[in-house]
Design a protein around this ligand. Structure first.
Ligand SMILES: Nc1ncnc2c1ncn2[C@@H]1O[C@H](COP(=O)(O)OP(=O)(O)OP(=O)(O)O)[C@@H](O)[C@H]1O
Ligand SMILES: [Mg+2]
Length: 782
């Protein structure tokens, strides 16, 4: 119990029966779960196999395992610590056959989902311009989150045209996935609940197995996750959930805050423990967080306190543009580093992924090592999806989607007409397209030349399967695939910057293969693909990398950093324009909760910043400082007087505007000069005035969903945004240069080729590499 306060200790010692820990940020909720696992094992003699701990991200799962390892030493690896998704995959891999799927089902990512929906829309002659794919994807996802089958969904939505169409698409979508033996992310949970519902014996097995269940970040669970937990915990009722209603930030993805607020209703004998001491943040930071969240009406009041010092005051700076903001952040970081702070202790948070581009660029210019988490999904890149599709087909996937993806990549002269014939043949004989391809000679109506090409493709795939069966290592088979399929040589021949980036990414995936084989000696291709399907980039966050971390506020949940920058503190960026214009008052409250999450990530010092003007949706837009800034008492800021003046100025400005009859009364804000939010449209520069913001169009919630980026999504690499002039490079042999990915090195040779300079660099980290100057974008070190 060392390192726990009284209340935390009580929470650990409550072993039997339902337990709710409802507490604010940084109060040690996650720490309690970790310690409780150890306590159950050490003091109560609970078999680690009987413990299940569910976390929100894979990173949290790993961290928890490590902490448990530290506390109890042995047995920690037998505790199931996982996310909802990986828990469900493990269960379904054993029992999927009971609900009509093969156990080796594929897991679709959003890209696979999209192409499936797209082809359905085409077949159903639904115009994607009027009814975009994204809309159907969101409807299907929402239905699954509520555990509505296609039939139930159809009944509920029979009243209108769009609803009927959505139901038809949902039905067809499910049947296509099933035919391909595939599940999407929502299915993983849905199908597990279905499995348990129809197979009481299987449920019983898992109920007996997981006698002690703990769920972190419970405020962000959705209905189907709630059902799953409820089913698993029904027999022994040893369920401990922890969460903070003030940090519920995934409503747009179906998270249901009532799961936590109604816990006591669902489990009447639940013990409720509140934790009120914050151990993370200094006094000023905590006071700011408390002040902001108090503006939300619909919340359970709770006050966090700390016995830490007030610490440094909060910094706020309004810069001229997003570029100036990036420069300011970079220069502040440099100052910190000069004072002895490590890059790894600094995080830059923002509301939308789009903001990471300029910020990343500025880090590059300032030579600050950084990494962007959760940006463009690495695994969603075309080349990565191609290579993975090859791997899946080789791994005996019967999914025609993957077969179709690679059969003619690179071009093998196999056209759509021939593929239709392969598919019909496959359907007629109950085969996958891959198996049908192996029998291409038998396919009726196909020219001998074409069937030969298709058969050759099948033989190529078989050759890779044989290599693996003969025990060749995964990485060497990986290389052979790139070579024998001609994929790599085609890219090399392309000789474009884009092709070069693709090659680098393929190389990066190879690194992943190598790492994986080193860490998992027994594991093979299936296990590798499994890991890839579930990875989140936050998993890759390693404390070994001394880099500044860039991520969205959503991705930062549950994490902590000594120094935190939150950029883009402007109305219509944060809170977002959609929230500001929404009819639902909770939209703004959700933004405010997100702000509370952001502020409470900081331990020692918080830097807030805004730009007066920034490019948004193709327009330069002028924005006011975020209302959240004005909700923080001026005395907590470094420049108290300035903050007071800003508040006063705004107040008189809005009164002026009001007197002039401008401005529309805002439904929510009332702090300082905020009563009249007359700045919808009007202040947008350019002709498309105000159009892109919070337009009441039926898809605005999808747009919103898009802009958040997938929180549990996958690696993106702090990609290069440097611009170097093509043509003669500005460095010479012997110069020190820096490459975005390979870091610093010395130029060894420089030759003028046909199209470009070829430069040879000896990199400090990875040795000699030869590259084209215009692609390499080397920066000369001063
Ligand atoms: N009793 C304690 N004594 C000292 N440090 C503590 C104690 N409890 C928690 N901490 C530390 O406080 C920090 C916050 O703890 P933790 O991450 O568990 O909080 P949390 O409630 O889960 O936060 P969040 O709501 O952001 O997820 C951690 O660094 C943790 O190690
Ligand atoms: Mg936590």
């Amino acid at each position: 119990m060392a390192g726990l306060n009284d209340m935390q200790e009580q929470a650990c010692e409550h072993v039997d029966g339902p337990l709710l820990i409802l507490a604010g940020a940084g109060s040690g909720k996650t720490r309690v779960i970790t310690h409780r696992v150890a306590y159950l094992m050490e003091h109560e003699g609970v078999n680690p196999l009987n413990i299940l701990a569910i976390t929100f991200t894979n990173k949290a799962a790993r961290e928890m395992r490590e902490r448990v390892d530290l506390i109890v030493g042995d047995g920690a690896d037998r505790v199931w610590v996982s996310t909802f998704h990986s828990l469900c995959v493990r269960i379904l891999r054993r029992y999927a056959d009971k609900i009509g799927y093969g156990k080796n089902f594929d897991i679709y990512d959003s890209d696979d989902q999209k192409s499936t929906v797209k082809s359905i829309l085409k077949d159903f002659q639904i115009d994607p311009k009027r009814y975009p794919e994204k809309m159907f994807m969101a409807e299907i996802s929402k239905a699954k989150e509520k555990y509505l089958s296609p039939d139930e969904f159809a009944k509920k939505n029979a009243a209108d045209y769009a609803g009927t169409k959505a139901a038809e698409v949902y039905t067809e979508y499910q049947s296509r996935l099933k035919k391909n033996n595939a599940m999407d992310f929502d299915d993983l949970i849905y199908k597990t609940v279905e499995l348990f519902e129809h197979n009481p014996d299987v449920l019983d097995t898992y109920q007996n197995r997981f006698r002690y269940i703990m769920v972190d970040e419970y405020q962000d669970t959705n209905h189907i996750q709630f059902l799953l937990v409820k089913m698993l915990a029904r027999k022994y009722r040893n369920l401990c959930v922890v969460g903070d209603d003030d940090q519920s930030i995934y409503k747009f993805r179906g998270a249901n805050i009532t799961n936590i607020l109604n816990f006591e209703k669902e489990y009447e004998d639940a013990k409720v423990i509140k934790l009120e001491q914050n151990y993370r943040s200094c006094g000023n930071i905590l006071a700011a967080a408390n002040a902001v969240i108090q503006h939300n009406a619909g919340r359970k009041d709770k006050a966090l306190w700390t016995d830490k010092d007030a610490g440094e005051k909060i910094s706020f700076e309004q810069c001229d543009s997003e570029y100036a903001e990036g420069d300011m952040v970079a220069s502040r970081i440099k100052t910190l580093v000069r004072q002895g702070v490590d890059y790894r202790d600094i995080a830059i948070l923002y509301r939308t992924n789009a903001q990471s581009r300029v910020l990343g660029e500025k880090m590059v210019y300032a030579n600050i090592p950084y990494r962007v988490y959760g940006g463009t999904n690495f695994y969603a890149r075309k080349e990565i999806k191609d290579v993975l599709a090859y791997l899946k087909v080789i791994n005996n996937s019967t999914d025609n989607l993957y077969f179709r993806r690679v059969v003619n990549v690179p071009k093998r002269g196999i056209g759509e007409a021939s593929l239709s014939k392969v598919e019909s043949f496959a359907d007629a004989y109950g085969l996958s397209m891959m198996d049908a391809a192996a029998r291409a000679d038998e396919i009726p109506g196909m020219a001998a030349k074409t069937s030969a090409k298709i058969r050759q493709f099948a033989e190529l795939i078989t050759s890779f399967r044989d290599m693996l069966a003969d025990g060749e290592s995964l990485d060497s088979v990986y290389d052979r695939i790139l070579e024998d399929t001609g994929y790599e040589s085609e890219l090399i021949a392309e000789h474009t910057e884009e092709a070069m980036t693709r090659l680098e990414n393929i190389d990066e995936l190879r690194n992943k293969v190598v790492e994986f084989t080193e860490d998992n000696e027994e594991a093979g291709l299936s296990e590798f693909l499994e890991e890839i399907a579930l990875v989140s980039d936050l998993d890759a966050m390693s404390e070994d990398d001394n880099q500044v971390k860039l991520m969205t506020l959503h991705s930062a949940k549950g994490l902590e950093f000594p120094y935190v920058f939150i950029c883009g503190m402007e109305d219509r960026v944060f809170p977002s324009g959609i929230a500001l214009n929404s009819d639902d008052p909770d939209a703004l409250e959700e933004e405010r909760r997100l702000c509370y999450v952001g502020i409470t990530r900081a331990m020692k010092k918080l830097y807030l910043s805004a730009a007066k003007e920034r490019m948004m949706h193709g327009n330069r837009v002028y924005s006011d400082v975020s209302r959240f800034i004005r909700e923080i008492p001026p005395m907590l800021f470094e420049h108290e007087a300035d903050m007071k003046n800003m508040a006063k100025r705004r107040e008189s400005e809005s009164v002026d505007r009001y007197n002039r009859g401008e401005g529309r009364r805002d439904a929510y804000g009332s702090s300082y000069g905020d009563t009249y939010a007359g700045y919808s449209g009007g202040r947008t520069a350019g002709a498309a005035s105000g159009r892109s913001y919070g337009q009441k169009n039926p898809y605005s919630s999808y747009a919103k969903q898009q802009s958040y980026g997938q929180p549990s999504s996958q690696p993106s690499f702090g990609k290069a945004f440097v611009v170097n002039s093509v043509g003669k490079p500005d460095y010479a042999v012997g110069d020190r240069v820096r490459h975005i990915k390979f870091g610093p090195g010395t130029v060894e040779a420089l030759e003028k080729g046909d199209k470009d300079y070829e430069v040879t660099v000896n990199f400090d980290r990875c040795g000699v590499r030869k590259m084209f100057a215009s692609f390499a974008k080397l920066k000369k070190c001063e």
